[in-house]
Design a protein around this ligand. Structure first.
Ligand code: A2P
Length: 282
């Protein structure tokens, strides 16, 4: 699997297998095991997905050495604040059954953000986490947080696909060498996207499917993508994107599909209230 370099000189596999909304106690275990068998070396989970333990078990049982796998997890809001975050990190390490996590993100931009960030920074110094990052952070939120951070985030994981290209955010993040990571890279299976004329005609040209064209475009934009699939064929197909290249004109034709409107607005106070209320443990 190809990698991108991060601003702390660590390397990250350019495509990760996303396990959002795959249930624990079986389905995430099976999906992660299948993904590792298919060749994925980057798994993206979160405390908030409540399936870290299945990811950990699958990694153990896969036979793939731990150091060849890049694990991302995320701290949930309920565990924000300096002291709580330290316990949250412990819980993720335990659930994943690992000595270190490759990348750990603050999942949502609310609550005691900088207290939590300080706990993440300390975990990096202690070697329990290799890289730290942010997620769902808009330019306004970034301007609110950035001066309180000692360590630079390596990534900002946001909604990103051809309909939601986050162009201004990408330009702002690039000033700090912070890479974007794409959640919902396939628009969460959005038919309008997967059946879009521009994308389908490129799929026909390169003998690929629409998902592969989108993931190749995201890769050529320098963005890490986290596609999710529980279907083995699509799972395998989604990393089979390194045997063709979109030319400049084709890249631009997909850039022209941007609506400029993410479906999720992290600055909406209703989202903040809803997410702050989601409990993942007692
Ligand atoms: P399935 O699990 O049946 O493959 P996203 O990663 O943007 O959230 O999108 C995930 C959704 O897209 C899932 O519903 C998944 O369904 C579907 N999907 C995954 N890969 C592809 C693909 N290559 N082409 C079409 N749909 C896909």
């Amino acid at each position: 699997m190809k990698t991108f370099n991060l601003n702390n000189n660590e390397n990250i596999p350019v495509i990760g297998f996303g396990v959002f909304m795959i249930p624990n106690n079986g389905p995430t275990y099976e999906a992660t095991l299948a993904a590792l068998k298919a060749g994925y070396r980057h798994i993206d989970t979160a405390a908030g997905y409540m399936n870290e333990s299945d990811v950990g078990k699958a990694i153990k049982d896969s036979g793939v050495p731990r150091e060849e796998i890049f694990i991302t997890s995320k701290l949930w809001l309920q565990d924000y604040g300096y002291e709580n975050a330290k316990k949250g990190i412990d819980n993720s390490l335990k659930a994943l059954d690992t000595d270190y996590i490759d990348l750990y993100l603050l999942h949502q931009p609310y609550g005691d953000y900088l207290g939590s960030w300080r706990a993440l920074e300390e975990a990096v110094e202690e070697g329990r986490i290799k890289s730290i990052g942010i997620s769902n952070v808009t330019i306004n939120l970034w301007n609110k947080f950035k001066d309180g951070m000692h360590m630079m985030p390596v990534v900002n994981q946001v909604e990103f696909n051809p309909f939601t290209q986050q162009k201004k955010l990408m330009a702002e993040m690039s000033k700090y060498n912070i890479r974007l990571e794409a959640w919902y890279p396939l628009g969460h299976g959005n038919k309008d996207l997967l059946e879009n004329e521009t994308i389908v005609s490129l799929a026909n040209k390169y003998n690929k499917n629409a998902g592969q064209i989108i993931l190749r475009w995201i890769y050529q934009e320098g963005v890490i993508s986290l596609p999710k699939s529980t279907n083995i064929e699509r799972m395998e197909g989604n990393i089979d994107i390194f045997d063709f290249e979109l030319n400049n004109q084709e890249m631009q034709s997909i850039r022209d599909l941007d609506t400029g409107k993410p479906t999720h607005n992290p600055e909406d106070s209703a989202n903040e209230t809803r997410l702050m209320g989601l409990k993942i443990h007692d």
